[in-house]
Ligand binder design. Structure first.
Ligand code: SF4
Length: 64
């Protein structure tokens, strides 16, 4: 699994960084960036939660 954040849509609410700070980081320009190239199997549920809770619907999940 991979995740992406669309910087054009992200509004910088920071919910994803609260859910998974090892995966998401708020960029100085006010949008979240993804820190890892692939999601560890044990973190997949966290990614689904981040995707569903992002108010801007900016997070995309890319299955393997
Ligand atoms: S929760 Fe969504 S809108 Fe908020 S920082 Fe993360 S990707 Fe951006």
């Amino acid at each position: 699994m991979k995740v992406r954040v669309d910087p054009e849509i992200c509004a910088g609410f920071g919910i994803c960084t609260g859910i998974a700070p090892e995966v998401f980081e708020l960029h100085d320009d006010g949008y979240a960036v993804v820190l890892v190239s692939a999601i560890a199997p044990g973190d997949e549920d966290l990614m689904l939660r981040a995707e569903s809770q992002c108010p801007a619907r900016a997070i995309s999940i890319i299955p393997d």
